[in-house]
Design a protein around this ligand. Structure first.
Ligand code: NAD
Ligand code: TYD
Length: 352
């Protein structure tokens, strides 16, 4: 018989975290899923209204940078496993305020690792600390080549430097204390529930509102896009079958230049809004490039496919259609997120 687990998912009110929380609630009815999130600007419990009353689910408002909050959640819920997604995640914000990224992404991760060591020290092998990371830790590629799990770390933005540091701490705790850890490094995600500061939801929102579409530099930077639910499925597979101490790269084999994504989103959104073809392309506005802008990311995901049998289920052409439709349909979600009204949801829902 499988032992009952109490799984702490950090950052579960965010974009990827909310998809992971929903998947785990549905896939593991016998386990308790504890969503631990500070509800920063990026955390939105309205992402989870469809599952918030599930019997095996609890939300705990807490901050990974607070030793007290972290200790308390481990004790109160007898946490057996961690899937750690909570982070500051936006590169542009990391350029304006790097220290916030060190605090959350580095110190916050170390607090969680310390709690895991303390609470699990008698039986490390029965517990898993799963750290969710990004391909950005590998730096920037030229025109060819792919990031593999062996690519040396070479982070170039404050965001990726903070994620790289957190990855190093996770490996150090595995090596030093014997904590059972796994790490996955994923490429750019897209899909429902992403905060509209990131490229794809920002484009859809601006097209809808006839606002300029800012393209950094010449729009020639390349990203490898993966549908968020495919990332969540990969996380479940790594959680179940990932080998201790290992790293798995996750990606969509789906590289796009930014300008091509922008034009595609313009055309697909125009068609759905019954606008004249080419109308939204008129909104494209080239703006000053991001400082230190990484040129190209692309993932070699053969290890996770070969060893754990995961590969993306959705073609990009399908995923982007579903995504655009979701943002056009969920106007209330988008309006509340852009106006800040969603921040009041926790009070309404959880102060009763
Ligand atoms: P997000 O910004 O949408 O969500 C982050 C969540 O973490 C929010 O709910 C926020 O409230 C919470 N949080 C932030 N600081 C916290 C703190 N101090 N204590 C507790 N909770 C806190 O991020 P996302 O895009 O869903 O990314 C999730 C994870 O996946 C991150 O670790 C990120 O580095 C990684 N990742 C993201 C992508 C991507 O394309 N978005 C790709 C690869 C990896
Ligand atoms: P983003 O969604 O911020 O993800 P990341 O920087 O983590 O890859 O940006 C994706 C790409 O789009 C990146 O090359 C920067 C570019 N970009 C723009 O050109 N305009 C924008 O308004 C934004 C937010 C991003």
């Amino acid at each position: 018989m499988t032992k009952k687990k109490n799984i702490l998912i950090t950052g579960g009110a965010g974009f990827i975290g909310s998809h992971v929380v929903r998947l785990f609630i549905n896939e593991y009815p016998e386990y308790k899923i504890v969503n631990f999130d500070a509800l920063t600007y990026a955390g939105n419990l309205e992402n989870l209204t469809d599952v918030e009353n599930a019997e095996n689910y609890t939300f705990v408002k807490g901050d990974i940078t607070s030793v007290k909050d972290v200790q308390r959640v481990f004790e109160d819920y007898n946490i057996t496993d961690v899937v750690h997604l909570a982070a500051e995640s936006h590169v542009d914000r990391s350029i304006s305020d790097p220290s916030a990224f060190v605090k959350t992404n580095v110190n916050g991760t170390v607090n969680l690792l310390n709690a895991a060591v303390e609470h699990w020290k008698d039986a490390y092998d029965e517990h898993l600390f799963y750290h969710v990371s990004t391909d950005e830790v590998y730096g920037s590629l030229g025109e060819t080549g792919l990031f593999t799990e062996e690519t040396p770390y070479d982070p170039k933005s404050p965001y990726s430097a903070s994620k790289a540091a957190s990855d190093h701490f996770v490996r150090a705790y595995h090596n030093t204390y014997g904590l059972k850890t796994v790490i996955s490094n994923c490429s750019n995600n897209y899909g429902p529930n992403q905060f509209p500061e990131k490229l794809i939801p920002l484009l859809i929102n601006n097209i809808k509102n006839n606002k300029p579409l800012p393209v950094y530099g010449k729009g020639l930077n390349v990203r490898d896009w993966l549908y968020v639910k495919d990332h969540a499925t990969a996380i479940r597979i790594v959680f179940e079958n990932g080998k201790k101490g290992e790293t798995y790269n996750i990606g969509g084999h789906n590289e796009w230049r930014n300008i091509d994504i922008v034009e595609l989103v313009c055309d697909l959104t125009d068609a759905k809004l019954n606008r004249e073809k080419g109308k939204s392309r008129e909104l494209i506005t080239y703006v000053k490039d991001r400082a230190g802008h990484d040129m190209r990311y692309a993932i070699d995901a053969t290890k996770i496919e070969r060893e754990l049998g995961w590969k993306p289920s959705l073609r990009f052409e399908e995923g982007i259609e579903i995504t655009i439709e979701w943002y056009l349909k969920n106007t209330r979600w988008l309006e509340r997120v852009t106006s800040g009204d969603y921040l009041a949801y926790y009070e309404e829902q959880y102060s009763r």
